[in-house]
Design a protein around this ligand. Structure first.
Ligand code: NDP
Length: 252
């Protein structure tokens, strides 16, 4: 990855972040705005997105565009491309961050509802977003897409079935899209953030002290590196743990 050298690296860029109401997505949205991007904030609850917008403005960013919708409503997801086209004509950055943990339970006990909910938000919505946003990303000078995956995608842990399968599918989706746009200006990559202190992490590990984990604000600069217009990598996976080690080594 290249280094982010100026704080206005993304001046004039339009960036969509899904799941921008809290956790990693909120912190990444604020970081993108800090680097000059205009944000389109997606999440289910308008009030929560407005709080992210307040934080962006308080940090000196331009007022964001609020796009409240449930990613399980496929018709509304499909309409996002045309909506953003009318407003902006193109899209420079797409951070596919929204996700759900589902339930940690044996496959044999997984309900239809949990399976469908997890696949719908973590996987199907991202395919729909690729389909509806691709024409806008193609119209950008240097379209950048970051999918937020998980180490759980390896499928090595018992009881993480729906989440692991959805993230493994997301990895395949991301790499396929990267291959399809390889001859264009678009770069598509994956971040596996590693453990980050958010509501999702607390749900998965209720006994853990969040103070022992990196915060969403600490991982957010990693995303900026993958939105750099000069980025060359495409179809790669970047791990938060390794990124934190490299950062520490640089600062020592
Ligand atoms: P949070 O639970 O804090 O945030 C999840 C976000 O996704 C929220 O903004 C939420 O919005 C949004 N979201 C969930 N369901 C929907 C839906 N149906 N429609 C629209 N938006 C929805 O999680 P994190 O910040 O921890 O997770 C962000 C990403 O990082 C996820 O993809 C997760 O799998 C991944 N990840 C996280 C790790 C961690 O340790 N935290 C580790 C590895 C991966 P709303 O306000 O509408 O609920």
């Amino acid at each position: 990855m290249s280094k982010t050298e100026t704080s206005r690296l993304l001046e004039g860029k339009t960036a969509l972040v899904t799941g921008a109401s809290r956790g990693i997505g909120r912190a990444v949205a604020i970081e993108l705005a800090h680097h000059g991007a205009h944000l389109v904030l997606q999440g289910r609850v308008a009030g929560a997105l407005e709080e992210t917008d307040d934080a962006i403005r308080a940090a000196g960013g331009s007022p964001a565009t609020i796009l409240p919708l449930n990613l399980m409503q496929s018709d509304r997801v499909d309409a996002m491309g045309p909506t953003l086209f009318q407003r902006f004509g193109h899209l420079d950055i797409f951070i596919a961050n929204a996700g759900v943990l589902g339930a940690l339970t044996p496959l044999a006990h997984t309900t239809d509802q949990i399976w469908q909910h997890t696949m719908s938000v973590n996987l199907e919505a991202n395919w729909r977003l690729v389909r509806t946003l691709n024409p806008l990303l193609q119209r950008a000078e240097a379209g950048r897409v970051v999918f937020v995956s998980s180490g759980a995608a390896s499928g090595k842990k018992a009881y993480w079935g729906p989440y692991a399968v959805s993230k493994a599918g997301l990895d395949a989706l991301a790499r396929t899209y990267a291959a399809e746009v390889a001859s264009t200006a678009i770069k598509v990559n994956i971040i596996n953030p590693g453990p980050i202190a958010t509501a999702m992490r607390a749900k998965a590990f209720p006994g853990e002290d969040p103070a022992t984990l990196p915060s969403p604000e600490q991982i957010a600069p990693m995303f900026i590196e993958l939105c750099d217009p000069n980025l060359e990598e495409n179809g790669a996976t970047f791990n938060g743990r390794e990124w934190f080690v490299a950062k520490k080594t640089q600062s020592d």
